[in-house]
Design a protein around this ligand. Sequence first.
Ligand code: GLN
Ligand code: ZN
Length: 764
Amino acid sequence: MTTTTHILGYPRIGEKRELKFALEKYWRGEIDQNQLKAVGSDLREKNWNVQKEAGLSFATAGDFAWYDHVLTTSLLLGHVPKRNRNGFPDLDTLFRVGRGQSQKSCDCAGSAASDMTKWFNTNYHYIVPEFSEDDTFEVSWPQLFEEVNQAIKAGHKVKPVLLGPVSYLYLGKEVQDGFDRLTLLPRLLSAYQSILAKLSKLGVEWVQIDEPVLALELDSQWADSFKLAYQVLQSDVKLLLTTYFDSVDDTISRIIELPVNGLHIDISAAPQQLETVASQLPSDWVLSVGAVNGRNVWRADLAALHAKLEPYKAKLGDKLWIASSCSLLHSPVDLELEEKLSGEVRSWFAFAKQKVAEVALLAKALDGDQAAIQACEDYSAPLVVRRSADHVNKPTVQARLNTIDKALAERSAPYPERAAHQAEVLGLPLLPTTTIGSFPQTDEIRVQRSAYRQGKLSDADYEQALKNHISDAVRRQEALDLDVLVHGEAERNDMVEYFAENLAGFQTTQFGWVQSYGSRCVKPAVVVADIEREKAITVEWSTYAQSLTSKQMKGMLTGPVTILCWTFPREDITRKEIAQQLAFALRDEVSDLQDAGINIIQIDEPAIREGLPLKKRDHSEYLEWAVDTFKISAASAKPETQIHTHMCYSEFNEIIESVAALDADVITIETSRSNMELLKAFEDFNYPNEIGPGVYDIHSPNIPSEQWIEDLLRKAAEKIPAQRLWANPDCGLKTRNWEETEKSLANLVSAAKNVRAEWAEQAE
Ligand code: GLN
Ligand code: ZN
């Protein structure tokens, strides 16, 4: 028998983002539900055909989602927040939970969307299930069964995928105090029983049941719950328990006790687990090896994988299955669409469609097919050549990395000394006011950028247009009387893409979209070679902006960890090495900015927290190099140059020490939504440098009143000494319009002035 092959899921968004455009048309009322459903149905059929044509043993169904697969699971289970219900759940119910419903659109009270949060350590976001004590679960939403039927009718051998009950509970949150959502498990299981029974009736043999939380460090209560869950879930269908994104080292002893029929592991994220798992697995289980990385754009090294897996094939025979490491949801759809890649770069990449073919080819090679074995060798050849290519592994970049030592990461003076210098040079008042960097990205800017990209606007004209936006932003900030100005980031479409486009070592794509949430997609750049800054990137814009004002102009950079986290990394060097290369590039930019007369430089690190590895025991190692790379970027600043950083999320508690270790002179953070609650972490820890707690939420169109801002500033001053406080919004303003922005900032400035006067009086 030939080796069984499958993938854990295929991108649902479509090669040209068909689902995105259809969804947005539906939401705007331009197409009806039937038209939308037809788009979904076509996409699924296409995706199954890709799998069939490549020769995979199964077509995976149930991976399609109108918004998010966790939300689909909630609907399947009839588990919808009360506020979003309106009769029997249908597609609009689903959208209400995902997106909320405005009062205007329903002519009713409206209802809030559920929270959204990151899917493990990916850049995909899921809708968080909300649990309360009286929740019930009942199979309600027929999408899964309809899709399985659709696939069967189209002649596919179907393997449905289902998010497992324990992970479903784990990934949600209690919306009621004093209750533990795990107590809902028995009730939830009876719904899962009916789902499996229905799938069995449809003729399904295997179900892929995703329990990704098995790759976390679970406490014993959660880890033990699997036993109960899977004892109850006995049925006629066979269960393949799937894990991904990290190893099952912490849970394998429990996993092998479960009455299931196989286990899937991710050997791309955690290669070392292959041996430990293979040696412990019950002999009648299938081991599905996730060999082809589902969350990056790199071609798999099939020759190496073949060599690695051959002994396991010999040992396990037909019990060895070959698969993608995780769902291909996290990789772009089809490399074939890329028209602008060089032949060389193309020979390094594989998107979802190509990854399906990789799974099939690897399995064939493992079955002993000589042509396939040769094809694996040929397929790996470009990767082998790449390893010793000087334009990939650049001797100059390598030499620089070798100079890293502790001293390189340190500023030349400690914070108190720097603060004294800065006070002299910068001439800022108590409680200085500033913004986070970007100003409204108006239609005009967008039109100009797209004209420029299409070659319809010359370099000179585009430059002039940007300079006009900069001088407009400076003029408005002067009128508002802000203390530290910014140039407004009109030249940037995105804070990471901009640097990726201006640094050597990155490749951008035309259609490399991956779903971020709902209909939103991102198109991350790819790190393909050692990173170098060939010329200054932001200096011209910042110095132009500075030339227009006598106030301090803040330079604006994206930090090394954030650039790393929001791009596709290389697989042949570590994330740490990539971040170090970025750090050197930014370090040079910092030097050039200060040499050009910029006295304040902000290095944004909004992603530092999301880069945390899944297992807590790996956190400290990550945080150590993440902090060091930031510091390497900043340490070329002279004592009198003020380094700012910015982070925009709420949970600082677990990383507060690392945030302090960045040793930025000023940090601006998000705090407004929690009413300054968050400052508690900074207070408890006794944060040593300056802080600008965001005093209003830029995500909302509401204009914060002067009073509201004053109250927050006073509250902040209860926790942080006034000398170390700044006043600023909680993030960049690119998504707001100018009217909202100016009104809000006017209130911010006058609130700061009022509070400043009050404090000055108290000091007298
Ligand atoms: N400087 C960036 C901006 O203002 C920061 C964005 C962010 O924190 N995500 O847009
Ligand atoms: Zn932010």
